[in-house]
Structures are given as C-alpha cells and as structure tokens.
Write a protein that binds this ligand. Structure first.
Ligand SMILES: [Zn+2]
Length: 77
C-alpha cells in the first residue's frame, strides 16, 4: 500500500514540476521588454534623453542629473 502512495506522490510531484515548467515565460520578442519603448524625457538643461524613471523631476521638468537640476533651478541658499 505504501508503494501506491509513493507513486501517487511521485506522479503529483512530476505533475507540479511539469506545470511549473509550462508556466515559465518563454523568451520572446515582447514589445514591453524593449528598452527603446521606455518613456523617455529630455533634460531641461542639456536636452539629453533619459528614461523617465531615472530622470530627476522638479517643477514638472526633467533633468538627467542632479547637477543639471541645480543649474536650472538653484535651490535656496
Ligand atoms: Zn542634462
């Protein structure tokens, strides 16, 4: 009887493993993973295009780096 249980568990394990493999996302040319499709913004100081996620934002303007942000909008001294 224990053997049957063992094989049932084995079959279950194989089934789960199979499902896991099937779920694995296949490497495909997905547009969403294309870095060129990231929303790009241009630096208000130098015009360099940077991904919006990496850009610094101040007064609804984007900057490529802290230096350029300061150059365009100097903080209170
Ligand atoms: Zn810049």
């Amino acid at each position: 009887m224990n053997r049957i249980l063992f094989f049932l568990l084995l079959a279950l394990a194989i089934y789960i493993a199979w499902r896991f493999v099937q779920r694995k996302p296949l490497p495909r040319q997905d547009d969403e993973s294309d870095p060129l499709r990231l929303p790009m913004v241009s630096c208000a100081t130098c015009g360099l295009h940077v991904p919006r996620e990496e850009a610094l934002v101040q007064d609804e303007r984007y900057f490529c780096c802290e230096e350029h942000r300061r150059a365009m909008a100097p903080g209170p001294e």
